[in-house]
Design a protein. Structure first.
Length: 287
């Protein structure tokens, strides 16, 4: 059993709390409606998050890691060009827009920190150009949860077949943040670190009890989709369970403030969140 701890701190207007879980499946439609209200005029343009070059040269390529109903599902695999020895891996889960080039660039940026990264495709080859299309894809995803979980199970299995891969983490934004935590809840024995960017949370201790890995939560204070009051109730449950959690609430940032796609990027909050993300992953996957 890993040693547990809870981190609490205050930094330049940022309240640091705990981590993340999931609410019941029946809340999916409410989340989609709230996302539509919040981002009904948004577009999947590349955010400044994708403009940063990786810290070291990396290469990315499309790979088949899963199949469903006779259809091969491709992800984007990236790794450092000059890596030697064992490397940890990170599963990268896209926003509601799907696996687009912005998410591929985000996976490559993360690979530059010393990881093999696999950007998965939960929408089976589809991407959205409008919020309406993204909402329709999100509805299909929520109605086929077991199919998506099988997709993620195969992503884990694929990474374990690669030479030199040691530990495995998972990260996601928005809808992908919820699925990042769901991956950890469903396959806790396979995930060594979990990062959730403003994913939906729960205070259900029975759901959260299975978590046995460090979790980093990144959340926004100005968030209609995942409101802080929901998060604080969750935080109390996580404290009671004595889980290993690190949580940052960016009080003046809006939902999706660090997404690879979209128009709500907050440079200051995103830069700080990236700093904490890379430090968290290095501490829990590389050390």
């Amino acid at each position: 059993m890993r040693q547990r701890h809870i981190a609490i701190a205050i930094t330049f207007g940022l309240t640091v709390l705990f981590a993340v879980g999931l609410t019941a499946q029946t809340a999916d439609e409410q989340e989609l409606e709230a996302t539509m209200q919040e981002h009904g005029n948004d577009t999947p343009v590349a955010s400044p998050m994708t403009s940063y070059a990786p810290a070291q040269p990396v290469s990315g390529t499309a790979v088949v890691y899963h199949s469903v109903d006779g259809q091969d599902i491709q992800g984007w695999l990236a790794r450092p060009d000059n890596a030697a020895g064992e490397l940890p891996a990170v599963i990268v889960i896209h926003e509601w827009w799907g696996l687009n080039d912005n998410v591929r660039r985000a996976a490559e940026r993360l690979a530059g920190e010393g990881y093999v990264t696999l950007a998965v495709d939960l929408h089976r080859g589809k991407t959205a150009d409008t919020p309406k299309d993204a909402m329709l894809m999100g509805r299909v995803l929520s109605e086929n949860q077991e199919v998506a979980l099988a997709n993620l199970k195969d992503a884990i299995a694929y990474l374990k077949t690669l030479d030199g891969v040691s530990r495995i983490g998972v990260i996601g934004w928005c809808q992908g943040g919820r699925w990042s935590m769901l991956t950890a809840l469903t396959y806790p024995a396979d995930i060594d670190a979990t990062v959730v960017y403003y994913g939906r949370v729960t205070d259900d201790k029975a759901e959260l009890e299975v978590l046995d890995m460090p979790v980093l939560g990144i959340f926004a204070g100005d968030d209609f989709i995942v409101p802080p009051k929901m998060v604080y109730r969750f935080a109390a449950s996580m404290a009671d369970l004595k889980k290993d959690l690190e949580f940052y609430m960016y009080r003046d940032a809006a939902h999706a403030f660090s997404n690879p796609s979209g128009q709500d990027y907050n440079p200051e909050a995103a830069a700080d969140a990236w700093k904490h993300t890379t430090a968290f992953l290095a501490r829990n996957l590389q050390n």
